[in-house]
Design a protein around this ligand. Structure first.
Ligand SMILES: [Zn+2]
Length: 44
């Protein structure tokens, strides 16, 4: 099984069939995460 994680907040965005464990990184659409991306200086 493969899993897609948000590269910003590490939230699981989705999964897909895969012969071995695979991890991809992408962007989620969570409002909190989008705000964090717009304001990088606010990250702790
Ligand atoms: Zn995110």
């Amino acid at each position: 099984m493969g899993v897609i994680l948000c590269k910003h907040c590490a939230e699981i965005i989705g999964t897909f069939d895969s012969e071995k464990v695979t991890t991809y990184y992408s962007d989620c659409q969570e409002p909190d995460c989008l705000e964090t991306r717009k304001n990088p200086n606010n990250q702790q």
